[in-house]
Design a protein around this ligand. Sequence first.
Ligand code: OAD
Length: 265
Amino acid sequence: MHLRISAIHIMFMEVMENISFSERFIERVKSATTVGVLTGAGMSAPSGVPTFRGKDGLWDKFNPQELANVDAFLNNPELVWEWYNWRRELIRKVKPNLGHYALVDVEGFFPDFALITQNVDNLHQLAGSRKVLELHGNIMRNKCLDCSRLFENEHIDQDNIPRCPDCNGMIRPDVVWFGELLPQDVIREAQEFSASADIFFAVGTSSTVEPAASLSYMAKGNGAYLIEINPEKTPLSDYADESIQTSVDLYLPQLVVELDKIMKR
Ligand code: OAD
């Protein structure tokens, strides 16, 4: 298998923090066929995308009530569009990090793999991940508020709220706002997958936003080996089989090298 991440990448990483993989984990990997990974905003933090919670998080500086719900959009669509255009510009300037590329490799090691993301930044897809379940939508896509028609990469003129050519409804970013349901087919698939996983990783998420947060509990509750990757403790940390307090771009590339070793044994 051709890997994007190699031991050479790791040797050249500026800060080298050696991750040790437990015997329990290695044993589980040997027999695993179904592997799920749930990612959150911490996944893209090393790329330069701000997270939502904590110091310097977006929700520390901005009020979600004014920007991320449908009433806010109906009351002041210009302001909401301005905020999303700012976030899009920020995201357009950044690149996937080594953690994103490592997950593309991880996908290749297991017959049944799903990457479930709360992120809307499209960086997993840009890195090359194939099976991505987008729980919260995608900021690079838009949809009609009334008829839900999707508009890929629609150019949005900040002075003019775009209108749907079919029904004249207002066009909005295709992201899940507070008070809205997640795309039901996507969350159902994510739940079914999590419940059948042999190994499940919760990566760079505060594990506080439902229904995404429950996927990790569902996975372990149905027998998966649960690993959390997060430099900070979260409500999931004590429940997980292993909680590894490090950054995604340090852990995931080393995971790829370890999986390669295990599979070659
Ligand atoms: P949060 O901002 O709540 O949490 C980000 C987590 O990433 C925190 O627990 C950080 O400690 C961790 N983190 C930061 N840097 C990291 C790194 N380099 N490596 C690993 N972990 C790191 O983001 P989410 O849990 O994704 O929803 O938040 C879930 C949802 O809340 C978002 O999708 C968004 C938000 O409201 C919607 O917009 C619908």
